[in-house]
Write a protein that binds this ligand. Structure first.
Ligand SMILES: *[C@@H]1O[C@H](CO)[C@@H](O)[C@H](O)[C@H]1NC(C)=O
Ligand SMILES: *[C@@H]1O[C@H](CO)[C@@H](O)[C@H](O)[C@H]1NC(C)=O
Ligand SMILES: *[C@@H]1O[C@H](CO)[C@@H](O)[C@H](O)[C@H]1NC(C)=O
Ligand SMILES: *[C@@H]1O[C@H](CO)[C@@H](O)[C@H](O)[C@H]1NC(C)=O
Length: 413
């Protein structure tokens, strides 16, 4: 069964998930901005990380390139284990957390979800070392490009780094702080974020337009124009591809998705997602540039309405054994295939930060009703809006950045 057919007859559950996701952007895109970063003196880098190479299993073909002394470790296989240490920051120590993801400040009552660490079967992931990270990125520019999941990861990183060095916000533009840039003068490091939910050129749906428009043959100028300034790029997208859209390639209409009113052929979005990733990887790969593609971030609505009580109210991770399926499986697969294909021809470094399977085990990590402040202050309502898509900060995304630092470390060798 081809992707197109699969898309034309999705299961009931999938339809429910798609409908739920369609509402998320309306509900979530607002942000309160403030910038009180904690200042702690910069300390010297301790080269103490465990002697492991993190690799995801899809990259076994590249393993012979790795240094012989280091042990290979498939970080995607493992489990979440209790960690008494807890997170490096809290909801008030860092000024960069988007309101809707600041679960501590919004009164989330349980705190168990903060005390887990990811334990791969074959190795340990060192606790995030902000000095190490800043040292690896010394004199460099790290850019996050994508949708609100890219922002979620960026905001986690900024909070982690803020524990040792105070960033200066040097640029801010766009509604909801969609474009921002910080400088860590201590290490001459620049970190930026670019809003671009399709990566490729296009228009996002708005009041006057009920669907998105994508041009699959060229990248979005909003970040593409700055590409030469980036040393390392993290791209992270996915959920916006589920929305109604019309697709163009080389100026002519290729087809559309979920766009009843418009007069063109339904072609689903999986192949479109693949094309957008392919166009992007082709554009960003460069001789000195490093590219990290964070794979699809799973949501945990589990087919329940997004405004139902307890839509994602788990307080502990799933045990091992929850396998990827449906949308998560397919989106990740496309990304892994495109990264592998691009790696074969790319100059420079290119790798997937394969977080999909790790994250699907964390139904407890979403804001749920705490996307809003104290949602139960007036009692328990019948209907309550839930964010079961983004992640609480601190939360599971901090682990993504712990894995990312290991990738950057390996690239330095
Ligand atoms: C949050 O972290 C800051 C800085 O480490 C600390 O001063 C503060 O007491 C913490 N707040 C809470 C509620 O734990
Ligand atoms: C900071 O890094 C840039 C490269 O990104 C380099 O050109 C510049 O000389 C560095 N500045 C200092 C003070 O080291
Ligand atoms: C819809 O597409 C058909 C076939 O391409 C064309 O003949 C017709 O004019 C189109 N209608 C509109 C409203 O664009
Ligand atoms: C989650 O929500 C469901 C439905 O409201 C409820 O039955 C269950 O007790 C809740 N679980 C927790 C841990 O709050």
């Amino acid at each position: 069964m081809g992707l197109k057919e699969q898309q034309n007859c999705p299961s009931q559950r999938k339809i429910a998930v798609f409908i739920v996701l369609a509402f998320i952007p309306f509900a979530l895109f607002h942000l309160c901005f403030n910038n009180p970063f904690s200042t702690i003196d910069d300390t010297t880098l301790q080269d103490s990380a465990a002697n492991v190479v993190l690799t995801s299993y899809s990259f076994s073909s590249s393993q012979e390139e790795e240094s012989q002394e280091e042990t290979l470790c498939d970080y995607t296989k493992g489990k979440w284990v209790r960690d008494e240490m807890g997170p490096l920051y809290n909801g008030s120590s860092c000024g960069t957390i988007k309101d809707g993801q600041n679960c501590l400040r919004h009164g989330r009552t349980d705190s168990g979800y903060l005390y887990w660490k990811w334990k791969p079967n074959q190795c340990d992931i060192p606790r995030f070392d902000a000095n190490r990270f800043l040292d690896l990125m010394r004199d460099k520019h790290l850019a996050f490009v994508g949708d609100s999941m890219a922002r979620n990861q960026l905001e986690s990183l900024m909070c982690l780094l803020s524990t040792v060095s105070s960033p200066d916000l040097v640029y801010r533009n766009g509604e909801d702080n969609k474009f921002r840039k910080w400088r860590f003068e201590s290490h001459n490091v620049t970190v930026s974020v670019y809003w671009s939910p399709f990566l490729v050129a296009g228009l996002e749906k708005s009041g006057t337009m009920d669907h998105n428009v994508l041009h699959l043959d060229r990248v979005d100028d909003r970040w593409g124009n700055d590409l030469e300034r980036f040393d390392t790029v993290v791209v992270s997208v996915g959920h916006w591809f589920l929305h109604p859209a019309v697709y163009y390639e080389s100026g002519s209409v290729l087809g559309c998705h979920s766009c009843e009113a418009s007069n063109c052929t339904e072609i689903g979005f999986f192949d479109i997602f693949r094309k957008a990733i392919r166009t992007t990887l082709k554009a960003v790969a460069g001789s000195r540039r490093k590219v990290i593609l964070t794979t699809f971030s799973p949501s945990h609505f589990e087919g329940r309405p997004w405004d139902s009580l307890g839509a994602c109210n788990m307080t502990e991770p799933y045990e091992e054994g929850k396998v990827l399926e449906g949308l998560d499986l397919e989106m990740r697969r496309i990304e892994m295939e495109e990264v592998t294909a691009a790696k074969a021809v790319a100059e420079g470094r290119l790798e997937a930060l394969d977080v999909t399977a790790i994250s699907v085990l964390r139904p407890d990590g979403h804001p749920g009703p705490y996307m809003y402040e104290f949602p139960f202050k007036n009692g328990v309502p019948e209907r309550v809006h839930n964010d079961c898509l983004h992640w609480c900060l601190p939360g599971p995304v901090d682990t993504w950045n712990e894995i990312m630092i290991e990738m950057l470390r390996r690239w330095r060798v």
